[in-house]
Design a protein around this ligand. Structure first.
Ligand code: PLP
Length: 441
């Protein structure tokens, strides 16, 4: 709703006059005015402090306005605001070093982009050039960005208006026991059958056509669905068997969100390429990139990589990444995310599910949790249709917001994804507000 304070109302009106908003019919846009933020809170136009359990679009992993990151950006701005990608620069080189330091064994280089979608574009291009093949495999219930290739890899309704059938992209069902596509009753069955389905798809589509399989290590926007043990290793084995490059998308799940530096550390598979963005510098300045394994990096040792961006490795963004990663190490931010997930957020949501039959499923780890709301627990009928919203979902979100809690909402799900620095106390406050909103429903 529009704010009541005159200065905030003026911001709201100017936004409505001039800003063209993402994913929206412009006449129905109703943005929340935000005038400030610190830590886990944002401040709205009327001066209310809200717990930001959305981390905006799940990216402020270190929290808002961390003084060390703000200072590093300011210092870099004074020293050298910008320099082209062809030059060597301390902030860029150090950021790449720190990123490779948290990458799996065998990863050597970082290609910097401006965000997640272009990281995905370049990872796919690297895979195509390495294999000499074109087609790609990606999962339904997955999101990889909004540029043309990335939206075609995406497996949700946002792809449909941009799908002209020419991107070479084939979709498959990844494991998701709560709504099993394979009539599975256990994680083991789901894993085995999802892998058999993927194998069949590759064999029937023609294995020699596929350049890459791209998967989110833990699908985020589509519902925070940690894959069962053995699934990613099974995908790795299929990639090896058929000569396909394996790409894990860590744009949302990476950099502490799941209680590990990278979400893939929860599993037993090492991909060939890793895409990242968001948490790498908590979005203080736009940054993304591709972590490149030695095998793929070697492909471009003597032949040119045909790709680049004017702002690749922008010094302000890289200085923010250096300060973010160093501070996350120094302040044990990743351990905090794991601890909050295990001791407060996970158990708290499970407890809410015991009292509120509308919660059909609770999934997640670290500070990366989803609750799936259903009209009926037995039929699992979603509280909002696939690809849509509903008055009941909107009522919960707006009551929570009025009481000081912002959550990430998608279809019939709320995602509780606070910054990794969130305290136990703040988490309990958020759970109480959510409890109240569910009671009101
Ligand atoms: N990949 C994943 C897993 C994401 O969650 C997102 C964004 O939410 C993207 C890629 C696209 O990133 P960006 O919006 O920075 O282009």
């Amino acid at each position: 709703p529009a704010p009541t304070t005159p200065s905030a109302k003026a911001i709201y009106d100017k936004d409505r006059s001039f800003v063209f908003h993402s994913w929206s019919a412009q006449s129905s846009v109703d943005p929340l005015v935000i005038t400030g933020a610190d830590g886990v809170h944002v401040i709205d136009g009327d001066g209310n402090r809200l717990l930001d359990f959305s981390s905006q679009l799940v990216y402020t992993n270190i929290g808002h306005q961390h003084p060390k990151v703000v200072a590093a950006v300011a210092e870099q701005a004074h020293q050298l605001c910008t320099i082209a990608p062809a030059h060597a620069n301390e902030a860029r080189a150090r950021a790449a070093e720190l990123i490779i330091d948290i990458a799996p064994e065998g990863f050597r280089k970082v290609f910097f982009t401006n965000g997640g979608a272009d990281a995905v574009e370049h990872a796919i291009r690297m895979a195509r050039l390495t294999t000499g093949r074109y087609k790609t495999l990606s999962a339904f219930r997955g999101y990889h960005g909004a540029t043309q290739q990335a939206i075609n890899l995406t497996g949700d309704p946002r792809r449909w208006p941009s799908d002209y059938g020419s991107a070479g992209s084939v979709h498959f069902f990844a494991p998701f026991l709560y709504r099993s596509q394979f009539n599975a009753e256990t994680d083991e069955q789901e894993c085995e059958r999802a892998l058999a389905h993927l194998r069949s798809l590759i064999e029937f589509e023609g294995p020699a056509g596929f350049a890459a399989i791209i998967l989110e290590s833990i699908p985020g926007t589509a519902g925070i669905m940690p894959p069962p043990a053995g699934y990613l290793a099974g995908v790795r084995a299929l990639c090896d068997e058929f000569g396909i490059v394996m790409i894990l998308d860590e744009v949302m799940a990476g950099f502490g969100r799941t209680g590990k530096w990278l979400a893939l550390e929860h599993f037993d598979a090492v991909p060939d390429l890793i895409t990242f963005a968001k948490g790498v510098n908590s979005g203080y300045v736009p940054l993304g990139g591709v972590m490149i394994s030695e095998r793929i990096a070697d492909e471009f040792a003597t032949r040119a990589y045909p790709g680049g961006l004017t702002y690749s490795g922008h010094p302000l963004a890289c200085a923010a990444a250096v300060a973010t990663i160093e501070t996350m190490h120094d302040e044990h931010v990743v351990d905090n995310a794991a601890l909050i997930g295990e001791t407060v957020l996970g158990p708290g949501l499970a407890e809410l599910a015991e009292r509120h039959p509308v919660i059909g499923d609770v999934r997640g780890l670290g500070v990366f949790w989803a609750i799936e709301l259903v009209a009926d627990r037995d039929t699992k009928e979603p509280l909002a249709p696939y690809g849509g919203s509903s008055p009941a979902m909107a009522a919960i979100a707006s009551r929570a917001q009025r009481n000081g809690l912002l959550m990430f909402q998608n279809m019939n799900r709320f995602h509780l994804t606070p910054p990794c620095i969130v305290s136990a106390e703040e988490t309990k406050q958020a759970l109480a507000i959510l409890d109240d909103a569910l009671c009101a429903l």
